[in-house]
Design a protein around this ligand. Structure first.
Ligand code: GAP
Length: 512
């Protein structure tokens, strides 16, 4: 199966087992908007708890808030979003479809890369064991021709991006013969900037001066509450404010399932520090956040840093933590050193003094800020795509198992009486009563035990507990491990400790 096909299978699996549904599906859905089902919401909540506790419980100097989606419109002038939160868009005059100009070019480059990879694959097939990929790439005329084309377009694209040269974007599209996939023509409009913020009106008159925005990031809620939190919490620099909440962006190219959505959730932490110390904190937060990810056991090799060469005007350092998604390494989290840009601009525009008085040195200053920002939905996608596994079993059978890190699994334990009679459901109910205060569980007595195991594998339940006829005599149950499928007999009173060892979020936090 290609990665593309695998991704489609994952999306279908997420729907079939109640993780994620297209929004408003009975009306044919709404592009790039998704709902979380009964399994998805529990996975999402567990991810949020892992992040929230790691931030606010493990760090004495980080507190959390919950600010509103609607904010004073000046917020977005101060943050720069009104002026500069734009995507370069182009319309096809024949199909009337709108595209992101940069994405059209990136897709074109991707196709060249695919062509090169196909050539390499052909070479590998032809030369077998003796194949030397490096030499092949350096000498094969087809590869060299495609590579030269790639480099030429890529260099022009990077330069256009750096200079924000919209006319050059269009010229590249025309020169490369990029056509609209719907109309098949290159009848393009000029490239224009399009603001990504959704807006609505505060009153019901619809007047333009009532215009307010749905926040495109949660961070600004933290900046405007900085003074309140610092004063009421008697916070001393350095300290952080964390927040989890919804954000909205009118993404034109919304694709790759929950990777890029129009309504999504962010977990952001703004860490305020003394100017001059921000690089030290930036390094610490890079390390800290990578540790948080790797601690989940999804393979350190699946993460990498991508340091930004081109920095936004307000940042003096920036990096992404990228994850190896089914469509390649892509941004999962951003870490930025944002200087005093946000607090400084809010101070200017509001006319309110936003300064920190350092009682030890007697200095007053606008604090600098290091931000860590991760999308909850992207994190869900990282977990789900890594977890999806198809295993061949003895006897030619196969199983689909979601190897979700156990502390994040929606359901921690399934309680399964072998048959619906002989007093086994009653014992199973007692097992449920023993476990339900500590763990999310499912009780299932329908179908064969094999089918019930498969259902639990498909939603990633780490443990299945089976109550059989022997349980009546010895008070022991069979515990089946999701990943190894090994089974062991355990006394009912020992179940809680055994399950907790593997699924406990506190244990996960302890390892940080
Ligand atoms: N406050 C900084 C900020 O918002 P960003 O890189 O635009 O920075 C941070 O977003 C994170 O939010 C990303 O790394 C990603 O995980 C998530 N994110 C951004 N746009 C998203 C979208 N349209 N859909 C899902 N997640 C998104």
């Amino acid at each position: 199966m290609t990665q593309d096909e695998l991704f489609k299978v994952l999306v279908a699996h997420c729907k079939e087992y109640g993780f994620i549904f297209p929004s408003s599906e009975i009306y044919d859905g709404l592009a790039a908007v998704y709902d979380y089902g009964q399994m998805g919401v529990q996975l999402k909540n567990n991810i949020k708890t892992y992040w929230w506790e790691a931030m606010t419980r493990l760090n004495e100097n980080i507190v959390g808030i919950d600010s509103c989606i609607f904010m004073h419109p000046k917020t977005w002038v101060a943050s720069g979003h009104v002026a500069a939160f734009n995507d370069p868009l182009i319309d096809n005059k024949d199909s009337k479809k709108r595209y992101r100009a940069d994405v059209l070019i990136e897709d074109y480059l991707l196709k060249i890369e695919e062509k090169i990879n196909k050539e390499v694959a052909k070479g590998r097939k032809r030369f077998g064991e003796a194949f030397d990929e490096e030499q092949f790439r350096a000498t094969n005329p087809n590869v060299l021709r495609e590579k030269a084309k790639y480099d030429e377009v890529h260099n022009r694209y990077v330069e256009a991006e750096n200079k924000n040269d919209l006319a050059e974007y269009k010229q590249i599209i025309l020169d490369c013969g990029i056509v609209c996939p719907i109309s098949g023509t290159a009848n393009w409009t000029d490239v224009r900037q399009f603001n990504l913020m959704f807006s609505t009106s505060l009153s019901n008159t619809g007047a333009n001066d009532d215009k307010i925005y749905l926040r495109p990031e949660t961070a600004q809620g933290i900046f405007v509450e900085y003074l309140n939190v610092q004063k009421t919490g008697r916070m001393k620099i350095p300290f952080g404010i964390a927040q989890i909440g919804k954000a909205f962006r009118n993404e034109i190219v919304a694709r790759q399932f929950i990777f890029r959505m129009r309504e999504f959730e962010q977990m952001e932490m703004e860490f305020f520090c003394k100017p001059g110390t921000e690089m030290e904190w930036f390094r610490k937060w890079k390390e800290n956040r990578m540790k948080w990810h790797v601690n989940l056991g999804m393979g350190a090799e699946n993460y990498r840093f991508h340091d930004h060469e081109k920095l936004a005007h307000y940042a003096n350092a920036a990096t992404d933590i990228e994850f190896n998604f089914p469509f390649g390494f892509k941004e999962l989290e951003g870490i930025h050193s944002r200087t005093d840009f946000d607090l400084g601009n809010h101070q200017k525009l509001s006319g309110k003094k936003i300064q920190y008085f350092d009682p030890e040195t007697g200095e007053s200053y606008v604090p600098y800020c290091v931000e860590t920002s991760i999308g909850v939905d992207r994190m869900c996608l990282a977990v789900l795509s890594h977890a999806y596994t198809v295993e061949q079993l003895e006897g030619g059978d196969s199983r689909v198992v979601m190897k979700i890190p156990a502390p994040l699994a929606p359901i921690k334990v399934a309680v399964l009486p072998l048959v619906k009679k002989d007093g086994l459901p009653e014992i199973a109910q007692k097992v449920v009563d023993e476990l339900k205060y500590d763990f999310s569980y499912q009780y299932d007595e329908k179908d064969s035990i094999g089918k019930r195991y498969r259902r639990q594998d498909a939603i990633g339940t780490p443990f299945c507990v089976t109550i059989d006829h022997e349980t009546v005599n010895d008070g022991c149950v069979t515990v089946r491990d999701r990943d190894t499928m090994t089974q062991e007999r355990v006394k009912i009173e020992d179940l809680r400790a055994l399950i907790d060892k593997k699924v406990s979020l506190n244990n996960l936090l302890r390892n940080l």
